[in-house]
Design a protein around this ligand. Structure first.
Ligand SMILES: NC(=O)c1ccc[n+]([C@@H]2O[C@H](COP(=O)([O-])OP(=O)(O)OC[C@H]3O[C@@H](n4cnc5c(N)ncnc54)[C@H](O)[C@@H]3O)[C@@H](O)[C@H]2O)c1
Length: 347
């Protein structure tokens, strides 16, 4: 499969490295308007034989079957649309677009033309995230009751998007993947300390039809780099720490039993503090071994394989649209200072 990539900035470099080494994939064209980057592209990727400065030229190349977009979020809608209209399969970095309406247009365009549209929700290709999905699906945690995510660091402060649209797509995509349902209500707030009108800290609360609750805290203004999720189930709990090199997941056999049974099969609700303290359970702590592959490599190969086999990508246009619908509702909630109801989407 012959590919072109548009955008060779901070993230585009990582994508080019991974797509260049993917099986059955030949990355031969790069489109990058910053001409001072062209020598670097040529010297590092001799197979990239053509460098264009605008996407229209790239799309006129008949040999190109698929385009990888690693450009700023505000350009995604228009660029994905042009690529699909030119008959190219598309891999686009998150977010798919900046509104649900735009996403719907892109999904139906891709469907209508029978083209693959995949969104770069990298964490769905992370072996630890997949291990947790399997653990949840097998009922090991019992009923998942709530999850909170923290994705915090000092900087990379952006000017084109706020911290919610920059970082929360990761955690929202993970939450929807793990839970397999779409929130019915979103409540969000944030604050712009560094750049007026661009939130650098943000809190997003999601309530799901099943009664589950998820909170996402994202920040560019934090002393330490944190990428963590805590998943609380009725039988067990776990901590996912993406920054840990060798202890990404810790499972705690902790919780509260009712009449000696796990909560979800117990018969009696708590009615006093005495009951509450009696039935607390503190069991083993375990650290599963995860054989870890580079998520971006897995993601790039998955796109190539989806195009060549005609299979549906895990993070297809529809799932990318679901993430954008949550972010759009969160922005609405922040503006209105009120919870926003979401209509159900099929994931
Ligand atoms: N999946 C992840 O973990 C992850 C991490 C970082 C960024 N991203 C995403 O990657 C995308 C790019 O982010 P970034 O941090 O690399 O931004 P960046 O600003 O560093 O890079 C963007 C690049 O696109 C180029 N560009 C601008 N207009 C263009 C056009 N019309 N045609 C072709 N190229 C054009 C710019 O010159 C620049 O080199 C964003 O959507 C961002 O959300 C994803």
């Amino acid at each position: 499969m012959k590919c072109a990539q548009a955008g060779y900035g901070y993230w585009g470099r990582n994508l080019m490295r991974c797509f260049s080494s993917a099986r059955n994939c030949e990355l031969t064209v790069c489109c990058e308007p910053e001409t001072n980057l062209h020598d670097q592209i040529r010297s590092q990727y001799p197979n990239v034989r053509n460098i264009d400065i605008n996407l229209e030229t790239t799309l006129e190349r008949p040999e190109i079957e698929a385009v990888i977009l690693a450009t700023p979020a505000a350009l995604h809608h228009q660029q994905v649309k042009c690529c699909l209209e030119a008959g190219k399969h598309v891999f686009v970095e998150k977010p798919l677009a900046t509104s649900t309406k735009q996403c719907e247009e892109l999904v139906s365009l891709a469907d209508g033309k029978g083209l693959t549209l995949m969104v770069g929700h990298t964490f769905l290709y992370n072996d630890a995230v997949r291990w947790i999905k399997n653990f949840i699906d097998q009922g090991e945690l019992g009923n998942v009751q709530y999850i909170y995510f923290q994705r915090l660091a000092l900087g990379r402060v952006r000017k084109d998007v706020n911290v919610l649209w920059n970082l929360a797509p990761h955690d929202v995509s993970i939450a929807l993947y793990w839970l397999g349902e779409f929130p019915r209500e979103v409540l969000s707030t944030g604050q712009d300390f560094l750049q007026s009108g661009i939130d650098d800290i943000s809190f997003l609360n999601m309530k799901f039809p099943s009664g589950r609750f998820v909170q996402v805290h994202v920040s560019w203004l934090d002393p330490s780099k944190t990428r963590k999720a805590v998943v609380v189930g009725s039988r067990k709990m776990l901590v996912y720490d993406d920054c840990s090199p060798d202890q990404k997941i810790t499972v705690y056999d902790k919780g509260f039993d009712v009449d000696g049974k796990p909560q979800d099969i117990g018969s009696r609700p708590f009615d006093s503090f005495g009951d509450f303290s009696l039935i607390q359970r503190v069991g083993d702590i375990s650290i599963p071994r995860i054989s870890f592959r580079e998520p971006l490599q897995v993601e790039a190969q998955h796109f190539v394989d989806s195009v060549t086999t005609g299979g549906k990508p895990l993070s297809d246009g529809r799932s990318g649209a679901g993430v954008v619908a949550v972010l759009e509702a969160a922005s609405d909630s922040r503006r209105r200072k009120a919870a926003v109801e979401l209509s159900s989407l099929s994931l």
